[in-house]
Design a protein around this ligand. Structure first.
Ligand code: ADP
Ligand code: MG
Length: 332
């Protein structure tokens, strides 16, 4: 099977909202009047971002999910995406399953595949997504990293740390019962992009980012871009791991015994969570709760923005906790 047959069979579908989809030199998109395009790219490299033998359906899902997560963090409505693919060989069952996982998530969000590039080479997947944000009178409603103010609450959606727990187990660094590994692995390999929550937070959140490299590291980007500091309750954050029996309330979905140190490490600097981390004025607490309900996505308040620069950690007793937590950096 040649390059063009492969594109035609697995990656060509009739254009829907796009003015022109796959098949010409460019795709054409028509943003609605009064809207801006939100654009983001993410690359997934075999052996670096995923195990080369990972289930191709899950890989298709995750490749788009991590990109949709960036749109979610900006409060953008997904429109379309392009797919640049390097493949070591044409393996049709692999391609069929990859396309299936990818396009199922695309359809769930009404996000069309409008073009891309296909080449031979080490397995590499690069997606660019296009979304839409209202900008009435040129005033963008996009959620940015730079909008947090002193006094704002800090929230995070969903659960934290389970993806990293699964990664540690798959790398042989942690020993997990099979049922716990299966559920944690779901979080690692098939994350749920928080698109609906991002949309519901427009006009409510003051700043937002998605958690891809670890909670504290990604919070650091908000602090830097907004020129402020923060205090985080590490016990609130570390209770958000689903895998631990120690988790509080509804989030403790499956149970193994993790020490406090392990739970803090996994949740504060685990990475690959694809949850939304956002800030909002305290006057917006009920609006945040309503947005979470609309989006069927739990959110938890984990701290406060301070005027003083820097990140301070404390526990439930209000005792200071030393910050020894580093987030993921590909070149560190
Ligand atoms: P060009 O050489 O002009 O860049 P290509 O021959 O690479 O175009 O691709 C032909 C058409 O197929 C283009 O419309 C391109 O966007 C589309 N395409 C190529 N690879 C993919 C892919 N993996 N997924 C979706 N569309 C693709
Ligand atoms: Mg090309």
């Amino acid at each position: 099977m040649g390059e063009f047959d492969l594109i035609a069979r697995y990656f060509t579908r009739p254009a829907r909202r796009a003015a022109l989809g796959v098949g010409d030199d460019c795709a054409l998109l028509q943003p609605r009047p009064g809207h801006q395009l939100a654009i983001s790219s993410d690359m997934l490299v075999a052996g670096c971002h995923f195990f080369p033998d990972v289930d191709p359906r899950a890989l298709g899902h995750k490749s788009l999910a991590v990109n949709l997560s960036d749109l979610a963090a900006c409060g953008a409505q997904p429109l379309a995406f392009t797919l640049a693919l390097a493949l070591p060989e044409v393996n049709e069952p692999w391609l069929a399953a990859f396309a299936d996982g990818l396009l199922a998530l695309a359809d769930a969000h009404g996000c069309e595949l409008v073009g891309g590039d296909t080449t031979a080479g080490p397995l590499n997947i690069c997606i660019t997504v296009f979304g839409e944000v209202p900008a009435p009178g040129g005033r963008s409603q996009a959620l940015l990293r730079s909008g947090a103010h002193a006094g704002d609450d800090i929230y995070v959606s969903g659960t934290l740390g389970d993806a990293r727990l699964a990664l540690d187990a798959l790398l042989g660094k942690a020993d997990l019962p099979a049922d716990v590994l299966a559920q944690a692995r779901q979080r690692l390999e098939q994350p749920t992009p928080r698109v609906t929550l991002g949309l519901a937070l427009r006009g409510i959140a003051s700043a937002a980012i998605d958690v891809s490299d670890g909670l504290l590291g990604d919070l650091g980007h908000i602090l830097e871009c907004s020129g402020i500091g923060a205090t985080v309750n590490v016990d609130s954050a570390s209770s958000l791991i689903a895998a631990s029996a120690c988790s509080t309330g509804a989030r403790g979905q499956f149970s193994i015994n993790l020490s406090e140190v392990q739970r803090r490490l996994l949740t504060l600097c685990g990475g690959d969570d694809y949850e939304l981390l956002f800030t909002a004025p305290t006057a917006m607490r009920s609006a945040v709760a309503a947005a979470a309900q609309t989006a069927h996505t739990p959110v938890t308040r984990i701290g406060q923005i301070d005027a003083a620069p820097g990140l301070r950690l404390m526990d439930h007793q209000g005792q200071a906790v030393p910050n020894t937590y580093a987030s993921f950096d590909h070149f560190a």
